[in-house]
Design a protein around this ligand. Structure first.
Ligand SMILES: [Zn+2]
Length: 107
Protein backbone atom coordinates (compact mmCIF):
# COMPACT_ATOMS: atom_id res chain seq x y z
CA UNK A 1 0.00 0.00 0.00
CA UNK A 2 2.76 2.42 0.94
CA UNK A 3 4.59 1.44 -2.19
CA UNK A 4 1.55 2.26 -4.30
CA UNK A 5 1.08 5.60 -2.53
CA UNK A 6 4.71 6.54 -2.96
CA UNK A 7 4.28 5.84 -6.63
CA UNK A 8 0.95 7.62 -7.11
CA UNK A 9 1.76 10.84 -5.27
CA UNK A 10 4.79 11.76 -7.41
CA UNK A 11 2.85 10.87 -10.53
CA UNK A 12 -0.01 13.15 -9.50
CA UNK A 13 2.44 15.88 -8.54
CA UNK A 14 4.22 15.61 -11.87
CA UNK A 15 0.90 15.44 -13.68
CA UNK A 16 -0.35 18.61 -12.00
CA UNK A 17 2.98 20.29 -12.67
CA UNK A 18 2.92 19.33 -16.32
CA UNK A 19 -0.69 20.38 -16.68
CA UNK A 20 0.01 23.75 -15.07
CA UNK A 21 3.05 24.15 -17.28
CA UNK A 22 1.09 23.27 -20.39
CA UNK A 23 -1.75 25.58 -19.47
CA UNK A 24 0.66 28.41 -18.74
CA UNK A 25 2.57 28.15 -21.97
CA UNK A 26 0.10 26.70 -24.42
CA UNK A 27 -2.81 28.94 -25.34
CA UNK A 28 -4.17 26.13 -27.47
CA UNK A 29 -4.46 23.76 -24.50
CA UNK A 30 -5.90 26.57 -22.42
CA UNK A 31 -8.39 27.27 -25.18
CA UNK A 32 -9.40 23.64 -25.23
CA UNK A 33 -9.92 23.67 -21.48
CA UNK A 34 -11.84 26.90 -21.74
CA UNK A 35 -14.05 25.64 -24.52
CA UNK A 36 -14.81 22.59 -22.41
CA UNK A 37 -15.79 24.87 -19.58
CA UNK A 38 -17.84 27.00 -21.93
CA UNK A 39 -19.57 23.89 -23.22
CA UNK A 40 -20.31 22.79 -19.66
CA UNK A 41 -21.67 26.22 -18.85
CA UNK A 42 -23.75 26.18 -22.01
CA UNK A 43 -25.14 22.81 -21.07
CA UNK A 44 -25.99 24.07 -17.62
CA UNK A 45 -27.67 27.13 -19.08
CA UNK A 46 -29.66 24.97 -21.49
CA UNK A 47 -30.71 22.73 -18.62
CA UNK A 48 -31.84 25.63 -16.48
CA UNK A 49 -33.28 27.66 -19.34
CA UNK A 50 -36.83 26.75 -18.45
CA UNK A 51 -36.33 27.81 -14.86
CA UNK A 52 -34.64 31.02 -15.88
CA UNK A 53 -37.42 31.81 -18.32
CA UNK A 54 -40.12 31.30 -15.73
CA UNK A 55 -38.16 33.35 -13.22
CA UNK A 56 -37.62 36.18 -15.67
CA UNK A 57 -41.28 36.08 -16.66
CA UNK A 58 -42.29 36.37 -13.03
CA UNK A 59 -39.77 39.13 -12.54
CA UNK A 60 -40.99 40.94 -15.63
CA UNK A 61 -44.54 40.77 -14.31
CA UNK A 62 -43.42 42.10 -10.96
CA UNK A 63 -41.39 44.84 -12.60
CA UNK A 64 -44.29 45.75 -14.86
CA UNK A 65 -46.56 46.14 -11.87
CA UNK A 66 -43.95 48.22 -10.11
CA UNK A 67 -43.46 50.45 -13.13
CA UNK A 68 -47.19 50.95 -13.55
CA UNK A 69 -47.48 51.96 -9.90
CA UNK A 70 -44.55 54.33 -10.25
CA UNK A 71 -45.92 55.88 -13.44
CA UNK A 72 -49.30 56.38 -11.79
CA UNK A 73 -47.63 57.98 -8.77
CA UNK A 74 -45.60 60.28 -10.99
CA UNK A 75 -48.65 61.26 -13.03
CA UNK A 76 -50.57 61.95 -9.84
CA UNK A 77 -47.69 63.99 -8.51
CA UNK A 78 -47.56 66.05 -11.67
CA UNK A 79 -51.26 66.71 -11.77
CA UNK A 80 -51.37 67.63 -8.10
CA UNK A 81 -48.36 69.84 -8.50
CA UNK A 82 -49.74 71.52 -11.59
CA UNK A 83 -49.63 75.24 -11.42
CA UNK A 84 -48.49 78.28 -13.31
CA UNK A 85 -46.17 81.12 -12.55
CA UNK A 86 -47.37 84.67 -12.47
CA UNK A 87 -45.91 86.60 -15.37
CA UNK A 88 -45.78 89.74 -13.26
CA UNK A 89 -44.22 88.62 -10.01
CA UNK A 90 -43.18 85.05 -10.79
CA UNK A 91 -44.86 83.40 -7.84
CA UNK A 92 -46.45 80.02 -8.31
CA UNK A 93 -50.22 80.09 -8.34
CA UNK A 94 -53.07 77.71 -9.06
CA UNK A 95 -53.51 76.69 -12.68
CA UNK A 96 -56.97 78.10 -13.31
CA UNK A 97 -56.66 81.34 -11.43
CA UNK A 98 -57.41 84.54 -13.34
CA UNK A 99 -55.67 86.82 -10.91
CA UNK A 100 -52.38 86.31 -9.14
CA UNK A 101 -52.85 85.41 -5.52
CA UNK A 102 -49.63 87.22 -4.67
CA UNK A 103 -49.66 90.51 -6.55
CA UNK A 104 -53.32 90.58 -7.60
CA UNK A 105 -52.62 91.41 -11.23
CA UNK A 106 -54.64 89.88 -14.01
CA UNK A 107 -53.04 86.99 -15.87
ZN1 LIG B 1 -48.16 87.91 -9.40
Amino acid sequence: MIKVMSFIIPVIAIGVFVLTFVLMFSPKARGKMMSKQVKATKYMVDESKGDIESISTNMADATKGGIETTVRAIKKGFTEDEGIFCKHCGSKIAKDSKFCSNCGKEL
